[in-house]
Design a binder for this molecule. Structure first.
Ligand SMILES: Nc1ncnc2c1ncn2[C@@H]1O[C@H](COP(=O)(O)OP(=O)(O)OP(=O)(O)O)[C@@H](O)[C@H]1O
Length: 278
């Protein structure tokens, strides 16, 4: 599939020095249960960081901690050099949540992508020409131009995922945070998503991506942080990532990576078939 480059999405204005994400000794408890036990990581600008690990290892909780969505028991998080509690430039971050966690039955593609501009809009005013241009450019970027009127429910899982990425891109982010963008997505759409990410990275954006397996994103990953039971078990090049935790001699080595990383089967929620019209 050939994807056209977006027309007017921004170049990344992030200064070359300084991390886009910096976490130090992050401890998080949920429902009284400790989930993260002292996680630290640094993501330099312009990089693609994979957060990996088995089901329940704490990946989603870590992403939520990085975005200030859950309180820290201990430790600190900085976004673009600002402590997360004082961070206000949320439009600089495009968040693509797990598709399976969303209910989008009644929304159209255009509505979903337009909602990505809400952070730029002033209350009670109709959307501006720039809002529309950025939404259209984001949709073009993911290869779904002209699909604004389609209902989300009629798209395949992979196409829905691409719409959610377009929604995040419409906000003109500098950092894209994606939670399992390849889960339940067919090979063609996985490739399309990888091409979108490659284009964004070449424009200087950064991406933090929760992954069960690297798939076609493998060649794009700058490094991987692997969690095991809420602790970092690996932080470094992707080539050093074990195919299965506990079997560290069996390594993935991009660009022909993409083998399954799981120690446990993906929960049914992660395996919505990529059905529907293409
Ligand atoms: N609200 C909550 N209350 C109590 N425990 C929770 C809560 N949310 C998550 N947990 C627990 O925290 C641990 C980490 O969950 P999390 O969803 O962060 O893991 P994950 O690595 O993203 O898993 P998956 O790959 O299945 O999405 C799990 O043991 C989970 O049961």
């Amino acid at each position: 599939m050939q994807l056209r480059k977006g027309r007017s999405l921004p170049q990344n204005p992030t200064a070359p020095e300084g991390a886009v994400v910096l976490a130090r000794d992050v401890h998080v408890s949920l429902g009284g249960q400790p989930v993260l036990h002292g996680v630290s990581l640094t993501q330099p600008p312009g990089t693609v960081l994979a957060l990996m690990g088995a089901n329940g290892s704490g990946k989603t909780t870590l992403v939520r901690a990085l975005l200030g969505l859950v309180p820290l028991q201990r430790g600190s998080v900085e976004l673009f050099g600002t402590p997360v509690a004082r961070f206000r430039r949320w439009s600089a971050i495009g968040y693509v949540p797990q598709r399976s966690s969303l209910t989008l039955r009644n929304a159209t593609v255009g509505e979903v992508v337009a909602s990505g501009r809400l952070g730029h809009r002033r209350p009670f005013l109709p959307r501006s020409r720039r809002d529309k241009e950025q939404a259209d450019a984001a949709l073009e970027r993911v290869g779904l131009s002209g699909r604004q009127r389609d209902e989300m429910v009629h798209l395949s899982g992979g196409q829905q995922q691409r719409v959610l990425i377009a929604r995040a891109l419409a906000a003109e982010p500098q950092l894209l945070v994606m939670d399992e963008p390849l889960a339940g997505v067919d090979a063609e759409n996985q490739q399309a998503i990888a091409e979108v990410v490659a284009g964004l990275v070449s424009d200087g954006l950064s991406a933090t991506v929760v992954l069960h397996e690297m798939g076609p994103l493998a060649p794009l990953l700058s490094r991987a942080v692997v969690l095991a039971d809420g602790r970092v078990s690996h932080d470094g090049p992707v080539s050093g990532v074990p195919a299965t935790p506990g079997h560290e001699t069996d390594e993935l080595s991009p660009p022909d990576g993409g083998r399954a990383f799981l120690t446990q089967p993906v929960s049914p929620d992660h395996h919505h078939d990529d059905r529907g019209p293409h």
